[in-house]
Design a protein around this ligand. Structure first.
Ligand code: FE2
Length: 429
C-alpha cells in the first residue's frame, strides 16, 4: 500500500526509467520501471512521468531575500554597477519595514517553490541598527518551515569594521537567530581590516557553533586575497565543512601560480565555494575597456581539485540585478556559457551544482532520492539534464514530504506549417 507511485521517472545518470513509491511522506521504494515487482501496487494516485527527469529538490545556496523586488527603489541603478547598487541599496534600507520585507520575500519564496527549490540560504543585511530585515526573516523562517527551509546569514553589506557598530550588530544578529555568519572583507577600509573582519566572523561562528559564508573577493582586483585567510582560519580552527566562500571573482584575475597554491589550500580546508553567474556576469569587468574579463571564479579548476562548487542566484530584481525569477536552472544555463561548461559530462555536473552540491554546503542531513529518504523531489519537463538546461525546462511537479507543493502545465506550442496546425514540443523526435 502506498500513497503515490511515480512511474517512468528518469533519474540523473541512470539509463533506464524508474518507478518511485511514496508512503507517509517517505520514499518507500525505487526500482526499475521494467521490474514492476520492485514497487508495490498502490491504493493512492499513480502518475506516469513518461521519462521526465526527476532530481532531489533544488537548493539555493546564495540569495539576498531582503533586497528582492526592490529594483528601481528609491531610484534606478543607472550605471548597473556593483558600487552604485550598494549606494542605492543603502538608501532603500532606510525605508525597510518588517511588513515590506515579509511581503516581498513571500512572493519570491512562492516563485522558488514553483521552480522546485525547497532549501534556501539567504544573506540578510545587518547594517541596520534596528535589524528590521533580519527580524522579519527570522519570523518568516518559522512561518515557512517544512515547506521551504531557510538559513539566514548575518551579512554586513557595509562592512564589519567599516560600518559604525558593525561588530555589535553582528553579535546581535547571532543572538536574534542567524544560522550563518557572513562578511565582506574586500569592502573594508584597508587590507588589514579585511583580514581582521574574516577573523572576527570565523571566531564569532566558532564560538556559537555556527556556519560561515563570506562574500569574499567580489572584485576584479587581483590583489584582493581574503580567501586565503578564510582557508587558513578554517584549518586552524578545525571548521572544515562549515565554511563557504561566495563570489570569489578576483580569482579569475589571479596569476596562475598564486591560484594554484590557493586552490590547493581551499581543497585542504574543505571550503565550499558559491559562484553567482547572473549577477557577476553583469557586475564584473566594469573597469575594463577591452577585452572585458568575465569575472567568474575558477569553477573548472576548483572542481578538478575536488572542491565543492555550487551555483547561487544572488539577486532577484534588486539594485544589482534587475531580472530573474529565482530559478537556479536559469543561473546554471548562464554558467554553461560563461564558465564554458558545455562538455558532455559537465552538463550533469551543473545539475549537481544546484542540488546535491549546495545541499552539502548547507549541511543538509537528510537529502537525496533513496528508500527511507524524504519524498522531496522535482520533476522537470525534460528527459535529461542536457535538455533541462537547454530548455530551462519548467518543473511539472514538486513534492515535499510526498505532498504536491507545486504543479505546472507547461505551454504546448502549435505552429501553422504548410497549411496545417502541427504541435511543437522542442524535443528531438
Ligand atoms: Fe551576494
Amino acid at each position: 500500500m502506498t500513497d503515490l507511485v511515480l512511474r517512468n521517472a528518469r533519474l540523473a545518470g541512470a539509463g533506464e526509467f524508474a518507478d518511485i513509491s511514496i508512503d507517509g511522506g517517505v520514499i518507500s521504494a525505487i526500482g526499475p520501471a521494467a521490474d514492476r515487482g520492485a514497487v508495490e501496487p498502490t491504493t493512492g494516485e499513480t502518475v506516469d512521468l513518461a521519462g521526465r527527469l526527476v532530481t532531489p529538490p533544488l537548493v539555493e545556496p546564495h540569495i539576498h531575500l531582503d533586497a528582492v523586488l526592490t529594483v528601481g527603489q528609491p531610484r534606478p541603478n543607472v550605471s548597473g554597477s556593483l558600487f552604485e547598487g550598494i549606494a542605492v541599496w543603502a538608501d532603500r534600507v532606510a525605508s525597510l519595514s518588517y511588513e515590506d520585507v515579509q511581503a516581498r520575500v513571500r512572493q519570491i519564496l512562492r516563485w522558488q517553490l514553483a521552480c522546485g527549490v525547497l532549501h534556501v540560504r539567504s544573506h540578510v543585511d545587518v547594517c541596520d541598527p534596528q535589524l528590521r530585515a533580519l527580524r522579519a526573516l527570522v519570523d518568516l523562517r518559522e512561518e515557512v518551515r517544512g515547506l521551504i527551509d531557510l538559513q539566514l546569514v548575518a551579512f554586513p553589506q557595509q562592512g564589519i569594521l567599516a560600518f559604525d557598530g558593525g561588530q555589535h550588530l553582528m553579535r546581535k544578529a547571532v543572538e536574534l537567530g542567524a544560522d550563518v555568519v557572513g562578511g565582506i572583507p574586500h569592502y573594508e577600509l584597508t587590507r588589514e581590516d579585511g583580514v581582521e573582519s574574516v577573523r572576527f566572523a570565523m571566531a564569532l561562528a566558532d564560538e556559537h557553533g555556527l556556519m560561515v559564508d563570506i562574500h569574499c573577493d567580489e572584485t576584479d582586483d587581483d590583489h584582493s586575497r581574503f580567501v586565503e585567510v578564510m582557508a587558513a582560519e578554517t584549518i586552524r580552527r578545525g571548521m572544515s565543512g562549515r565554511v563557504t566562500a561566495s563570489h570569489t571573482t578576483a580569482m579569475h584575475s589571479y596569476n596562475s601560480a598564486y591560484a594554484y597554491r590557493l586552490i590547493s589550500n581551499i581543497a585542504r580546508a574543505g571550503l565550499h565555494m558559491v559562484t553567482n553567474p547572473l549577477d557577476n556576469a553583469v557586475l564584473q569587468g566594469r573597469f575594463d575597456t577591452g577585452p572585458i574579463r568575465r569575472g567568474h571564479t575558477r569553477v573548472k579548476q576548483l572542481l578538478a581539485a575536488g572542491v565543492n562548487v555550487c551555483i547561487g542566484h544572488d539577486s532577484v530584481m534588486d539594485p544589482w540585478y534587475p531580472l530573474g525569477y529565482g530559478d537556479p536552472l536559469q543561473a546554471a544555463f548562464v554558467l554553461v556559457h560563461l564558465g564554458q561548461m558545455s562538455g558532455d559530462s559537465e552538463l550533469g555536473q551543473l545539475i549537481e551544482m544546484i542540488t546535491s552540491r549546495p545541499a552539502a554546503a548547507l549541511g543538509l542531513a537528510d537529502y537525496g532520492l533513496r528508500p527511507g529518504g524524504p519524498a522531496d523531489l522535482v520533476v522537470f519537463d525534460a528527459p535529461s539534464a542536457a535538455d533541462a538546461l537547454r530548455l530551462v525546462a519548467p518543473r511539472t511537479l514538486v513534492l515535499r514530504a510526498g505532498r504536491a507543493v507545486a504543479r505546472a502545465e507547461p505551454a504546448r506550442h502549435t505552429v501553422r506549417w504548410l497549411g496545417a496546425d502541427e504541435p511543437v514540443t522542442f524535443l528531438r523526435s
